[in-house]
Design a binder for this molecule. Structure first.
Ligand code: WQD
Length: 341
């Protein structure tokens, strides 16, 4: 069963393709503009799996070229839609680019589902749709909050677009997966997150400071009302996130979905603080990190983590990899990047 992966040379997309090949139930076809990734990811996937994934390098905002894929692959039964810009600070600086890119791409995906009778869609959403939360852990019934940036807003609008589309297309089935903080890398050390020169996210910054690419890092705020004053997040290993996408496809193919638009939070059920993550890295790798305790980062929320009961009961999905494996795999990938630089 052929499944189109948009954004398939990206961090989560590439790990999902690897997982799909290794489980063998679905056949991936990859499309990516490589504006924020590299075609070399296809080589890395081949090195890990022995499979060269069919790959279209194009921007799916361009409907003409995007629809060509469906003309050439009449047997696509599903789409996993990862392709989107996802940098929070950049979305604040360039809101129109985020609305155009993230919403136009989704609109084209939905139009393709209609035009080519593709009846299964898995949509990559984010915990950022919650904004600042009072009640923890969150779950799928926690209402969307006031969006704190255009990126989060595009994910909220995207979820609503899919819900309204599903309402008038009963033959169409969607699963919306809300990621919390994906981290780590493939256990082989041959695939992982390719950060921009200056990463924003905690784990790539930790490993770059550890390896010496960055001289030092700052803990953004230690005066939050959390157990150690630093922010708490729900970190989930990227391979566990990838596994959830295969399980979501199986959930739809086996018609276990109650409605034709189901939402799942991909969280671990508990949170880890910044200082705890730094400590886990130092303990696991034996590498001392050069960090200072600094001021809060604008836009950060004190804590968020998710109850994982719904995904566990209905998708039969759990987080299998713990914080040590998250740190170990991220560190192995960072070391390999240096060797292959
Ligand atoms: C985690 C914590 C920082 C760097 C964002 C998006 C979210 C998702 C994941 C797309 C925060 C702290 C970080 C540093 C630090 N992306 N930190 N020093 O902000 O929770 O989530 O990325 O879907 O949508 O919002 O992740 O990794 O940037 O930060 O103290 O040098 O680490 O303040 O508390 P975040 P993050």
């Amino acid at each position: 069963m052929k499944v189109l992966i948009t954004g398939g040379t990206g961090y989560i997309g590439s790990h999902t393709i690897i997982e799909m090949i290794e489980t063998g139930k679905f056949t991936p076809v990859c499309v990516d503009s490589c504006e924020r990734s590299t075609p070399e990811t296809i080589d890395r996937i081949e090195k890990i799996t022995g499979v060269r994934v069919p790959f279209y390098q194009l921007n799916i905002c361009n409907k003409e070229s995007f629809f060509k894929i469906f003309e050439e692959n009449k047997d696509i039964i599903g789409i996993i839609h990862f392709a989107a810009y996802k940098c929070v600070p950049e979305s604040v600086e360039k809101p129109l680019e985020y609305y155009r890119n993230n919403l136009q791409s989704l609109e084209n995906v939905l139009e393709a589902c209609l035009k080519y009778n593709v009846s299964n869609l898995i949509f990559s959403s984010s915990c950022s749709i919650y904004g600042e939360v009072e009640q923890l852990p969150v779950n799928e019934d926690t209402p969307m909050g006031v969006p704190f940036c255009p990126y989060a807003h595009t994910k909220q609008i995207g979820e609503e677009m899919i819900k309204f589309f599903a309402q008038v297309n009963p033959q169409f089935n969607a699963v919306i997966l809300r990621y919390f903080n994906p981290v780590g890398a493939h256990s082989s050390g041959l695939n992982g997150e390719l950060s921009p020169d200056k990463p924003n996210n905690l784990m790539p910054i930790i490993t770059q400071v550890g390896i010496g690419k960055m001289e030092k890092m700052t803990v953004f705020g230690t005066d939050y009302h959390t157990r150690d004053g630093s922010c708490i997040r729900d970190y989930v290993h990227v391979s566990d996130i990838a596994d959830a996408h295969i399980k979501a496809l199986e959930f739809l193919m086996e018609k276990r979905n109650g409605t034709n638009c189901e939402v799942f939070n991909l969280g671990s059920g508990s949170g880890v603080s910044v200082l705890e993550m730094i400590n886990a890295f130092e303990e696991t790798t034996g590498v001392k990190l050069n960090y200072t305790l600094g001021a809060r980062r604008t836009g950060d929320i004190p804590a968020i983590y998710s109850d994982s009961a719904r995904a566990s009961n209905l998708l039969h999905w759990q987080c299998k990899k713990n914080i040590v494996e998250m740190v170990k795999s991220a560190w192995k990938w960072e070391q390999n990047l240096v060797i292959n630089d």
